[in-house]
Design a binder for this molecule. Structure first.
Ligand code: XIL
Length: 362
């Protein structure tokens, strides 16, 4: 990062010098570096002292979309492509096309990849679900899956969400639609062993537990803390915790700040892992994204980033936005068609939210 900033500085100084030489003939004027705006202060990736990620869709990795990503972000996450159902088509049938595409894009553009997600109740493929395996068979197959996926991308995917959304907001384990819950007497121990399988497959990859509403729901946070304590007691590895951060412009700031502080008191890395901020909070069919709304939105981004900056520096893993531009966001189907939750508009121009994000960075 530092190197990049120095390189950009040198390039700017050099080109400024060239212009000065050309203008003044024989006596080159040495420009005062103070007069050249420092590029890092205008770009979230360059300014941040931690990862700046975005969820991406492999099929869109070209043109303006790709340029925006490589200019403003330092890491990518597959929005869907690394989920189990997208990769694991049958017991011995893995589809790597999209995941490979993203990993190659990241390598070409010198970006990190955060893998999402090895285990998510919502993405067990139907062939696996319908098999109704006993717990031993279930675990053998999942172990092979984790070894195969994490092993394939060893050294190329630097962090993984090993498990996603296993708790309800009140801290109980998710039951509905969760094959792990119905198969194991002690699901937490199973998840612990899965973290162990991932660690063995790539000892350098950072391993995360990820969930939503974490900073809002103290019950869920308590369950996560208990899980972390149990992992520590039993020697299961875990490096970090993610809160998805699918919040709203109206979400209570004090609750977020206190929840984030509480989460960081685990001492683990913290990932704001799927950040988007809903602005059309009332699902208003006539909503207009007026400048006043945009200003309010920018303020929310600034506050959220400021809260992230307030946790200990060594625990700041990354902030990942769940998409690049308002042109395509999961919220227009999941929430409301009139929704504008991200940092770039549908023409990939920086929004006021980008400025808010930038202002929140230290
Ligand atoms: C969402 C994707 O954005 C959608 O495209 C897909 O249809 C469903 O999944 N929490 C998560 C993400 O952990 O994986 C989800 O992503 C959004 C909620």
């Amino acid at each position: 990062m530092k190197n990049n900033i120095i390189k950009i500085w040198l390039a700017l100084l050099f080109s400024a010098g060239m212009v000065a030489c050309a203008d003044s003939g024989e006596n080159p004027i040495v420009e005062d570096p103070e007069e050249i705006p420092e590029p890092s202060l205008e770009n979230i990736k360059l300014k941040a002292k931690f990862g700046i990620g975005s969820a991406v869709t492999n099929s869109e990795l070209n043109g303006q979309y790709a340029n925006t990503l490589s200019t403003h972000f330092s890491q990518i996450t597959g929005e869907n492509e690394m989920k189990m159902a997208h990769i694991w088509k049958g017991e011995n049938n893995y589809d790597w096309v999209a995941a490979d595409g993203m990993v190659n894009f990241a390598a070409t553009n010198n970006m990190d990849v955060h893998g999402h997600a090895l285990l998510w109740y919502n993405s067990f493929p139907n062939w696996f679900r319908n098999a109704n395996y006993d717990s031993a068979t279930f675990e053998t197959k999942i172990k092979t899956y984790i070894e195969t996926v994490v092993g394939r991308y060893k050294g190329k995917i630097s962090s993984w969400d090993v498990a996603n959304e296993i708790f309800n907001d009140n801290g109980t384990l998710r039951r509905d639609g969760c094959p792990v819950f119905k198969t194991f007497n002690d699901p937490i121990a199973f998840y612990g062993r899965c973290f162990e399988y991932a660690r063995a497959a790539d000892p350098d990859a950072k391993l995360f537990y990820n969930d939503y509403n974490v900073v809002l729901a103290s019950g869920k946070r308590g369950a996560m803390r208990q899980m972390v304590n149990r992992f520590r007691e039993n020697g299961f590895p875990i490096d970090g915790l993610g809160d998805q951060f699918h919040y709203m412009v109206s979400t209570n700031r004090t609750t977020i700040k206190n929840g984030l502080t509480d989460l960081a008191s685990t001492g683990l890395l913290i990932h704001m892992s799927e950040l988007d901020i809903r602005i059309n909070v009332n699902k208003d069919d006539n909503f207009v994204y007026l400048p006043s709304e945009q200003a309010k939105h920018a303020e929310a981004y600034k506050d959220f980033v400021t809260f992230f900056e307030s946790i200990p520096q060594e625990q700041k893993f990354a902030i990942t936005t769940w998409g690049v531009s308002d042109k395509r966001t999961w919220l227009t189907s999941w929430w409301h068609p009139k929704e504008y939750p991200l940092l770039f508009d549908e023409n990939f121009q920086k929004k006021k939210t980008y400025e808010g994000f930038l202002e929140g960075l230290q």
